[in-house]
Design a protein around this ligand. Structure first.
Ligand SMILES: [Zn+2]
Length: 351
């Protein structure tokens, strides 16, 4: 999910645009994150493209800054950090990034003092670098963080702070313990950290379609954990294919998911299957059709090509096809092949 939110309740003169790259990070129980700003329906809220006013994130040396709710089990921050650091080592270091982590175990009582300290800290930071005031920030922060915390909803997303120079990345992780399953080989918060940081890297490149952003982030969760043998590459990707196939009857394809912000509600309702599931396999297909069939070449050659000539020209050139429609056509042929053939392609990709 990708949105621009103009924080409601602000005077028009200081309307603040924040872009969210929300990630409907699903587990096998199909739980979905609730969108961070969807509850806003005030008249001054406007939506537009993620890429309006886009400024790329810049190379930075430092590790992201972490801000954690006091009393939240440090296990969860440590797992998120492990995933972020793995992705940062893979993609390179971009930002600046601030990471906000909060949650509460089911049996824990709310700690209102700690919650207030958390949003005070957030608003101190946001107002120190922008024209916003604490009074404007606090109600927004309460909705963005505390209300989600108290509803026991898990969320993970990237929000782009566009009021600063350079633009900054906020990675938000709320109640990630709810996505954790004891029997999984890689703790889910690690995957969430990898996924969200991948969006930071993508935001250093330039405009690209929704399916490429989300699909690339989903694919890299499987790829990085397979690289060092923690989880085989075909552990989760077949299930992701199965989910993608569940909406075959709609006739919708990734061609319908280039910009989730501008599609109709009839398409948007399938954005998880299109952007995340089909997108992950479109990433596999893209790498398979590239000259080296190498995943790291996608990082080192394809993404810089996007930066240089734009995503459509880069895609056509990288997979040696005429244009994007041809890529979409041939990808649909791939989607129609038997699963064992698709998995064989996946397993033959090169590092
Ligand atoms: Zn995402």
């Amino acid at each position: 999910m990708i949105r621009i939110d103009r924080h409601s309740g602000l005077a028009a003169a200081i309307v603040v645009a924040t872009m969210l790259i929300g990630c409907a990070e699903r587990q096998n129980n199909e739980s979905e994150r609730a969108a961070g700003f969807e509850s806003h329906d005030e008249p001054d809220e406007q939506h537009g493209s993620l890429w309006d006013g886009y400024v790329p994130f810049i190379p930075v040396d430092d590790e992201p800054s972490y801000h954690v709710l006091e009393g939240y089990d440090p296990t969860w921050q440590n797992l998120i950090r492990q995933g972020v650091e793995e992705a940062r080592a893979y993609w390179g270091s971009y930002g600046p990034v601030h990471i906000w982590v909060l949650g509460r175990a089911d049996d824990a009582a709310p700690d209102h003092e700690a919650e207030q300290a958390f949003i005070d800290g957030y608003c101190d930071w946001r107002t120190a670098t922008t024209e916003r005031t604490i009074d404007e920030c606090l109600p927004h922060a309460r909705r963005q963080f505390i209300e989600v915390l108290e509803r026991d909803e898990p969320e993970a997303y990237l929000s782009v702070v566009r009021e600063t120079d350079p633009h900054m990345a906020e990675l938000v992780f709320i109640n990630v313990q709810d996505w954790f399953r004891e029997d999984e080989p890689v703790p889910d918060p690690i995957l969430r950290g990898m996924h969200e940081y991948t969006h930071v890297f993508q935001q250093s490149i330039g405009p690209m379609p929704t399916w490429m952003m989300e699909g690339g982030a989903v694919f890299i969760e499987s790829w990085l954990t397979a690289l060092d043998g923690r989880r085989p590459i075909d552990a989760s990707m077949p299930y992701i294919m199965e989910r993608a196939q569940r909406i075959a009857h709609t006739g919708l394809t990734i061609a319908d998911m280039e910009d989730v912000d501008t599609v109709s509600d009839d398409v948007k309702r399938y954005h998880l299957e299109l952007a995340y599931d089909s997108g992950a396999w479109a990433t596999v297909f893209l790498i398979d059709r590239s000259p080296t069939r190498s995943v790291s070449a996608m990082r080192d050659e394809f993404y810089p090509l996007i930066k240089a000539i734009g995503w459509e020209a880069a895609l056509a050139q990288y997979v040696d096809m005429k244009d994007t429609p041809e890529f979409y056509d041939v990808f649909e042929d791939f989607m129609a092949r038997p699963l064992d053939e698709q998995v064989a392609v996946l397993k033959s990709l090169q590092p």
